[in-house]
Ligand binder design. Structure first.
Ligand SMILES: NC(=O)C1=CN([C@@H]2O[C@H](COP(=O)(O)OP(=O)(O)OC[C@H]3O[C@@H](n4cnc5c(N)ncnc54)[C@H](OP(=O)(O)O)[C@@H]3O)[C@@H](O)[C@H]2O)C=CC1
Ligand SMILES: O=CCS(=O)(=O)O
Length: 252
């Protein structure tokens, strides 16, 4: 059985940490993202351990995704684990102040991009059969509403429901589907969300203990390497120092 992981958004955060974790486990890697120099650095770091193929890829571009998968060298074609990780949040303020373009970017990346990659790799995963996995990186924001969550949370609710519905159709194929839904994790996520405001990112994580990229990478690897007959539908993971807060009430 092939041991090939296909990871989107491998240039940073969870995706990069997952690439390192799968490499440690001896898996061959297909890594993508838009920042080619980071992909090249990661390939240089990992290729002494396992075979690594990198491709510059914007998941929003369906044709580019199809071309990239069609061009995979033979030894990287039999993908066993698809890690749909590429994604982002933008504009953490109230919905009524957010540019339409930011909403569209989140939908194009987190929904359309994830669908593009899933649709393109589904025939391969079906061929792999028992033990293959689609591991989608959702978010607590896909389950729990919060101020400023607007379209980001809605895209992650899509990820969750798309995965559940896929499971219904894939039940007899051996292909598993999991929604890993992390809470607060310190990566470049908040830097992207605030459009480069490092102090806002530092402030969010200061004085608490967020999850790390490696914490989530461990969960991704765990899900991908479970016995074939086990499917974890959704794995919601928060730091122990994070929980829910109360309902909001508007008062006179
Ligand atoms: N950090 C957190 O608190 C949480 C994050 N998440 C989710 O985890 C996933 C990874 O985020 P995280 O590691 O934290 O953040 P990072 O910003 O560190 O990593 C995001 C990754 O997504 C890639 N990416 C973004 N847009 C595109 C695109 N259009 N095409 C291809 N790749 C893209 C980036 O690569 P590049 O820019 O090179 O293209 C980068 O590798 C996301 O889906 C995010 O929503 C979920 C819950 C919590
Ligand atoms: O998805 C990211 C975690 S949060 O910012 O929505 O809590």
């Amino acid at each position: 059985m092939s041991q090939i992981a296909f990871i989107t958004g491998a240039t940073s955060g969870f995706g990069r940490a997952a690439a390192r974790r799968f490499a440690e486990g001896g898996w061959s890697l297909v890594l993508s993202g838009r920042r080619k120099e980071r992909l090249d650095e990661l390939k240089a770091e990992l290729e002494s351990k396992v075979p690594v193929y990198v491709a510059e890829l914007d998941v929003r571009d369906a044709k580019a995704v199809q071309d990239m998968v069609a061009a995979l060298p033979e030894q990287f074609r039999a993908v066993k684990a698809l890690v749909n990780n590429a994604g982002l949040a933008l504009s953490p303020g109230p919905a009524q102040g957010v540019a339409l373009e930011d909403w569209q970017t989140m939908i194009d990346t987190n929904v359309t991009g994830l669908v593009n990659v899933t649709h393109t790799l589904l025939p391969t995963l079906l061929e792999t059969g028992a033990g293959a996995s689609i591991i989608n990186i959702g978010s607590v924001a896909g389950q729990w509403p919060y101020p400023g969550g607007h379209v980001y949370g809605a895209t992650k609710a899509f990820v969750k429901q798309f995965g559940y519905n896929l499971r219904c159709d894939l039940i007899s194929t051996g292909v598993r589907v999991t929604d890993i839904a992390p809470g607060m994790a310190e990566t470049e996520f908040t830097l992207v969300r605030t459009k480069g405001d490092q102090s806002a990112s530092d402030k969010l994580y200061r004085g608490t203990t967020p999850l790390t990229a490696e914490d989530i990478a461990e969960q991704i690897f765990y899900v991908a390497t479970l016995p074939d007959h086990i499917n974890i539908n959704r794995l919601e993971v928060m730091p122990s120092r994070q929980a829910w807060s109360s309902f909001a009430v508007d008062r006179d």
